[in-house]
Design a protein around this ligand. Structure first.
Ligand code: HEC
Length: 131
């Protein structure tokens, strides 16, 4: 009997920790993400076409979106990985702008691909599977 109680206790503890890991995203602004998605699709093609004007505009939209995302997760708390990933995304953006200024469009395009990987890394950790 004591053993059964212990097992039940462990089960409860495990399920409780799973619930805690699931963060409440009801106040998350999906529009920010959709805008970033629409923008990100054109970023690498714009860079490859050396369209600095459009790429720079896109990068600024993405920077604002990631800044919003960073602040969202800072206030949410207990989501250090998300905060870090949002910051890393902004670093890729800084790298894109620097490479474009140096006329190194290959390097800028590589950073744009890193940025897309960064989006996915956060989604793998924090985006609910139902979305
Ligand atoms: C730090 C974490 C994080 C980063 C970085 C991030 N996202 Fe998201 N994204 C989320 C979360 C969390 C959701 C799910 C929101 C929800 O369920 O309400 C989401 C949802 C989305 C969605 C689905 C929105 C919908 O209509 O339901 C798209 C599209 C999206 N993100 C695009 C992007 C793009 C593009 C980038 C990179 C430029 C990016 N995200 C970077 C956390 C992130």
């Amino acid at each position: 009997m004591r053993k059964l109680v212990a097992v039940l206790g462990i089960c409860l503890a495990v399920s409780a920790s799973l619930v805690v890991a699931e963060i409440d995203l009801s106040d998350f602004d999906d529009d920010v993400m959709r805008t970033m998605d629409d923008t990100n699709k054109f970023l690498e093609p714009d860079i490859t076409a050396k369209n600095v004007k459009n790429a720079t505009e896109g990068v600024e939209i993405l920077r604002q979106g990631l800044k919003w995302t960073e602040e969202y997760f800072v206030h949410k708390g207990n989501t250090d990985d998300a905060v870090k990933l949002a910051q890393e995304g902004q670093q890729h953006i800084t790298a894109i702008l620097a490479s474009m200024s140096a006329n190194d469009f290959d390097k800028a395009a590589a950073s744009a691909r890193d940025l897309t990987k960064n989006c996915r890394a956060c989604h793998d950790l924090y985006k609910p599977l139902t979305k």
